[in-house]
Design a protein around this ligand. Structure first.
Ligand code: ZN
Ligand code: ZN
Length: 406
């Protein structure tokens, strides 16, 4: 990993200026910053692809956020709210750079998914700079991180083995329930949710991978454990495209079924074989990764799947009157996938940074236009994934002497 001393200085200066201006200068941060700087040595600077610096006028103790006043809601209010502060020794305060917009936001605002108590700040695909940290997490200050949204109880078997997403006593899902999210200038997360963003990956691109990328990575890893050789991906949205790309990066070409002509051409441009419907597929796959969220593909998909094949449910379809006969008669395996753990987030960010996978198109919106971004995502003809940009982008993450973070 390449160190970048001047970028560190640049980031540190900017953060210090901002904190001083808002009278929110943390003694923790003030003390930890000078200790950080001498650890990074090789001079270079790669401040590339900077997003426009549209810093919003922030007053002391408050920040700008896009707020859901109630649920269901047809828009978000862009207004001032109290800025988060350190909560415990593992807290991180993150200055948001970019936050991906996800179908879950659409469903929450429609009132058909999670029901956070309002007012609430959505946004669960967060990348930003850590500007302040609790006592036990001070090594994260100044780092550019992607945030895994799940924060478990920390005590159960799942949490203890590093898989907080499956905790059954979930403390919060950042930007989804019980913790404000990233459609804001700042967000508080736990150090257990943080993953370093590799130096060569843009923040908006990384944000677009936080959920879609980890879901795709988790789906592919689970499928490959079953030894699949003839995979078929259903759906060429961000998750489907990334699943196809990750499979190919593992040396396993796959076919993609997608109804939308626009998405089909995106998948074809990436070099995948595409079909308009399951009825067009001639070979029997031994693996289907369903990224559609649609009940209509399940019955024909299970019929097409080879005996002993695997169905990976990478989306949350509701299937009325589901008949398990196909599953039993062919001894199929159905695997559920819930996003991905921090390890999968780390893996997909590395794959993207190394250029091993192509990334779905993204479209940038300023924080003030979060409502429009969510509306655009709900429109199936919209090709690119919306990403909200909040602060200026910073490409480099200073390398530690060990080359990695906890
Ligand atoms: Zn999401
Ligand atoms: Zn737990």
């Amino acid at each position: 990993m390449v160190s970048c001393f001047c970028t560190v200085l640049h980031v540190a200066d900017r953060i210090r200026d901002e904190l001083t201006a808002t009278q929110a200068y943390s003694s923790n941060f003030a003390q930890s910053l000078p200790l950080q700087l001498p650890r990074h040595g090789v001079p270079c600077c790669t401040m590339r692809n900077k997003l426009p610096d549209e810093r919003l006028p922030t007053q002391a103790g408050v920040m700008i956020a896009a707020i859901a006043r109630g649920i269901p809601a047809d828009h978000l209010d862009v207004a001032s709210v109290t800025r988060p502060v350190i909560h415990d020794e593992h807290s991180l305060i993150v200055r948001v750079i970019a936050c991906g917009v996800c179908g879950t936001d659409v469903h929450i605002l429609e009132g058909t998914s999670y029901r956070p108590s309002t007012p609430f700040v959505l946004g669960h695909e967060i990348v930003g700079i850590v500007v302040e940290a609790g006592r036990e997490a001070s090594e994260w200050v100044g780092r550019r991180i992607a945030v895994s949204q799940f924060l478990g109880c920390g005590k159960c078997e799942m949490c203890r083995t590093g898989d907080q997403r499956l905790c059954q006593s979930m403390r919060s899902i950042t930007g989804v329930s019980d913790a404000y999210g990233g459609y804001a200038e700042y967000v508080r997360v736990d150090a257990a949710q943080a993953v370093l963003v590799p130096p060569d990956l843009g923040s908006a691109e990384a944000a677009a991978l936080v959920d879609a990328g980890t879901t795709a990575m988790n789906a592919v890893e689970k499928a490959l454990e079953r030894g699949a050789r003839w995979p078929l991906v259903l759906g060429a949205g961000a998750v489907g495209l990334l699943a196809a790309e990750i499979l190919r990066s593992r040396g396993i070409p796959c076919s993609v079924v997608e109804r939308s002509a626009q998405r089909r051409s995106a998948a074809a441009l990436f070099g995948h074989r595409v079909y308009a419907s399951l009825g067009d597929v001639l070979e029997r796959p031994d693996l289907i990764i369903d990224c559609t969220g649609s009940d209509s593909v399940v019955r024909p998909g299970l019929e097409l799947l080879a005996p002993k094949g695997t169905w990976v449910a990478a989306s949350y379809a509701r299937i009325p009157d589901f008949d398990m006969a196909q599953v039993s008669r062919k001894e199929l395996v159905i695997l559920g996938v819930r996003a991905g753990a921090t390890e999968e987030l780390r893996q997909v960010l590395e794959l993207a940074a190394s250029g091993s996978i192509q990334l779905p198109a993204i479209r940038l919106y300023p924080l003030a236009e979060t409502s429009r971004a969510i509306r655009d995502l709900a429109d199936p003809s919209a090709g690119a994934k919306p990403v909200i940009t909040v602060g200026p982008d910073v490409m480099d993450n200073p390398a530690t002497e060990e080359g990695s973070m906890p």
